[in-house]
Design a protein around this ligand. Sequence first.
Ligand SMILES: Cc1cc2nc3c(=O)[nH]c(=O)nc-3n(C[C@H](O)[C@H](O)[C@H](O)COP(=O)(O)OP(=O)(O)OC[C@H]3O[C@@H](n4cnc5c(N)ncnc54)[C@H](O)[C@@H]3O)c2cc1C
Length: 411
Amino acid sequence: MKKKFDTIIIGGGFGGLNAAIKLGQKKKEVLIIDKSNHHLFQPLLYQVATAGLSPADIATPIREILKKYPSVSVIMDEVQKINKETSTIETSSEHKFEFNNLIIATGARHSYFGNDQWESLAPGLKSLSDALKIRENILKSYELSELETDQSKIDALTTFVIVGAGPTGVEMAGAIAEIATKTLTKNFSNIDPRRSKVYLVEGGDRVLSAFHPKLSERTKKDLEKIGVTVLLKSFVKDISEEGVTIGDNFIPARNVVWAAGNKANPILKELNCELDKMGRAIVEKDCSIKGHSNIFVIGDASAFQNGNTFLPGLAPVAAQQGKYVARLIKNNTPKGKRDNFKYLDKGTMATIGKSKAVMQVGHFKMAGFFAWLSWCLIHLLFLVLFRNRVFIFFDWLYSYITEQRGARLIK
Ligand SMILES: Cc1cc2nc3c(=O)[nH]c(=O)nc-3n(C[C@H](O)[C@H](O)[C@H](O)COP(=O)(O)OP(=O)(O)OC[C@H]3O[C@@H](n4cnc5c(N)ncnc54)[C@H](O)[C@@H]3O)c2cc1C
């Protein structure tokens, strides 16, 4: 393997992959490094966590996606050191590479707001292993309840608490409620899964706070209709193996999912640049860091000021920034001549359960079946490979007709 590349990209998520494709199309010499061998379609991760899809449906080998671009090399390794002054990076397998341009697209992890001891009790949802762990916890709880005779233990095993009512929390809560009330009915002889309880806990005064208040209200009602108890203005004080303490109330629950906060990858500290309170690199209008016009930070790893706020951690933000910096690199545009990155907001959406979703594009708002249908179509279109689109389409069709979830295998 060569040791010097024109451009090195760290991370093969939405940001890194889009940059690599754009540079590969122009036959630019690129090395892309990711600690996993696949690009993960995170927006559908909750469906793996709730047994609706299999891991391979939403994860594609990065090599497979980039095989059309011979000027792009791919390695699976974890970058551990970045040296701005020598323009080099080092990986965990002690390989050192030199770059002319560096794109950092390392995404984000969950933040427990100083309570890292909760991580093992309340897993978050960012990677395939997180999703598989949550799926195993959910399905195993029902298996354990079937063997139990003590009703209070059965109740704790079949109570689910999801912390954080952003899109991931809402989607998880809706899907778990559907597992309990639809998928698992008639599967057990000792317990009735329909007696399960699902709580969605939110510190703010509404769910989906990034959406219009009317859509938040509609989402709350839709969740309640399918059996989710929504607790607003409620803060988690403690999480233990027995359950969750919210304010002065204790909810016995053996399944807690964390969907409440994000922090950036610690590798950014290596840059010695200004970070925001989530640990993201504060970038300039061309996505580069101050004083280093050849080092770009994009996607969830970056804090890009947009008016009075920062751009949200969304896949289109990362993808558009990836394409934008690739264009700057391809054209070798000097710092003074770069146009500012402009995010084109094509809208946001969240699904609540079968046939229910909300979407918002500018001032246009929609909820219900047609929003859900649009959600399905848009997510299918955004999947990288045709194979994934076909598999997921048929999985969804099967689930829609039968109310079943095909990926329920645990060991
Ligand atoms: C559960 C969930 C649901 C979501 N739903 C939506 C949605 O519906 N719509 C939407 O727009 N957005 C959604 N998002 C957000 C969206 O997925 C992110 O904004 C997007 O993935 C950010 O892209 P990125 O390229 O910055 O990072 P990522 O896609 O997270 O990619 C980061 C990559 O960097 C790699 N990496 C990290 N550190 C290193 C290292 N040191 N060395 C090598 N490789 C490294 C990782 O393995 C990973 O592949 C969701 C996110 C989650 C977690």
